[in-house]
Design a protein. Structure first.
Lengths: 287, 180
């Protein structure tokens, strides 16, 4: 946009116009509007998408290395283990509260070697369906301790949707399939969760963060706009950084599948502050 | 980027657009309408529409300046057309009204009662509603002129008159019922 000299605007017109705009459409919510769905539905949709991918795989795809020391079959075994642990947590088993996400599921991942892939697929599908059955009708605000996290069930289910989508795309990349994007309603829950957890991630990478206001704009379906206060508040003026990025790429960053430099974010404010915030987002590693 | 920010609900993007282009949009509307209050209404409509329907702006077709000033021109012309249609309707209405016969003595009494009831009802309105009714109905001003006279948006003037008329209807019915 370029600057042109114009007659001054009538007094009060700016405030009047902006107020009328916010009355007509609340700030923060992305367009087009997406229907709100429950976290149970979001998890269920992510599980369906993952199941859809597994149904497409041929025998030759299952031994392809994907992640850490896991091939496709091992990764699916890992996810079956995660479902088992979540169900144990829902049943009140204290042992899974402190269990490590990888170590706890590694035995099941390793057991997949030599099994027919169809058995691995069926075992995961059955485990995911059991999770859906067990969370339906439960209090979504109840805290579920699992794998070192203590999250309300509604957040845990979105974390799980994050995990399934991320691993679905890990397998797609390994098998040379096109990447997928969650539907807008699921993505909206994922972006909202990631933004809500951002202070936790930033605290992981910056021990002594000075107060910072973050204006975060995530563009595209499932995006939105948030103002996040980081660090201890004080009476002094707090610096601000504005970050504009694509919602899906931001989710990939939060899943630790791309780095901050690959986010291609537009930053207004101190680049160093933005780098800390984005490093904190990646530190959430919701995969 | 700009349209994507608007779609993401970033109201700062709207404020930036207003600061950059509000004067041009206002100047365009004022050039057509020659009326500051009406031009301000057009400016509000244009930016509210941009905020609520950002997908209508296609940056591959035009700059935001061109898009918004075109929107302002179209809306301003719509206002002019609407004013002309209303003036035409009023003129036709006046021409088609039958000549009123001389009132009978009993009609004169009834008319006087009604007028007294109306005056009493208007006096009982809240001051801001009474003012718009007096200007619109006793002084014969248009909504736009009423708005300009007391320094409020035209939409506010309309809503005050609507509220006042609804109240007057109830008050006058009750007073006439009591008199009968």
């Amino acid at each position: 946009m370029t600057t042109h000299t114009q007659t001054p605007l009538p007094a009060g017109l700016r405030e009047r116009v902006l107020r009328a705009a916010r009355d007509a459409r609340a700030a923060g919510r992305a367009l087009p509007e997406t229907p709100d769905i429950s976290p149970v539905e979001a998890f269920s949709r992510a599980a369906d998408a993952f199941a859809g991918l597994l149904a497409m795989l041929e025998d030759g795809h299952w031994p392809i290395p994907v992640l850490r020391d896991l091939d496709v079959q091992g990764l699916v075994g890992h996810l079956t283990g995660v479902e088992d642990d979540v169900q144990r947590a829902l049943a009140g088993d204290p042992d899974v509260a402190r269990a490590d996400h990888v170590a706890s599921t590694q035995p099941l991942a390793e057991q997949q070697g030599g099994r027919p892939p169809e058995e691995t697929r069926r075992a995961w599908r059955a485990a995911a369906e059991r999770t859906v059955v067990r969370v339906r009708g439960r209090n979504l605000d109840a805290v579920v301790p699992v794998h070192g996290m203590r999250l309300p069930l509604r957040s845990l289910l979105v974390v799980r949707a994050f995990e399934l989508w991320t691993h679905e795309n890990d397998i797609r990349r390994a098998a040379a399939f096109a990447a997928t994007v969650p539907d807008a309603a699921t993505l909206r829950l994922m972006t909202a969760l990631a933004v809500g957890m951002l202070p936790v991630g930033v605290a992981r990478v910056a021990d002594d963060l000075a107060p910072l206001d973050v204006h975060l704009v995530l563009t595209g379906a499932g995006g939105g706009t948030w103002d996040i206060a980081l660090g201890e508040r004080s009476a002094r003026a707090v610096p601000e950084v504005a970050i504009v990025a694509d919602a899906v790429r931001f989710c990939r960053l939060v899943a630790d599948r791309i780095g901050p430099a690959e986010l291609d974010a537009h930053v207004i404010g101190a680049a160093g502050d933005a780098a800390t915030v984005l490093a904190g987002a990646a530190a959430l590693a919701l995969d | 980027m700009f349209a994507a920010r608007l779609a993401a609900g970033d109201d700062r993007a709207l404020a930036e657009a207003f600061d950059e282009l509000g004067p041009a949009v206002h100047a365009t509307a004022l050039q057509v309408l020659r009326n500051s209050a009406a031009a301000q209404d057009v400016v509000q409509d244009v930016f509210v529409d941009l905020w609520c329907h950002p997908q209508r702006y296609d940056p591959t077709l035009s700059s935001l300046r061109t898009y918004l000033t075109l929107c302002a021109r179209h809306r301003a012309l719509d206002v002019v057309r609407s004013d002309l249609r209303r003036a035409g309707r009023e003129e036709r209405h006046q021409r088609l009204l039958p000549a009123r016969p001389e009132p009978s003595p009993s009609e004169e009494v009834t008319d006087a009662d009604t007028a007294a009831a109306v005056r009493a009802a208007v006096r009982s309105l809240p001051p801001e509603q009474r003012r718009v009714v007096e200007l619109a109905y006793f002084d014969g001003l248009s909504y736009r002129d009423v708005a300009q006279r007391i320094g409020i948006p035209e939409g506010t003037a309309k809503s005050r008159v609507r509220l006042a008329l609804a109240k007057l209807g109830h008050l006058i019915d009750r007073q006439l019922l009591e008199q009968s």
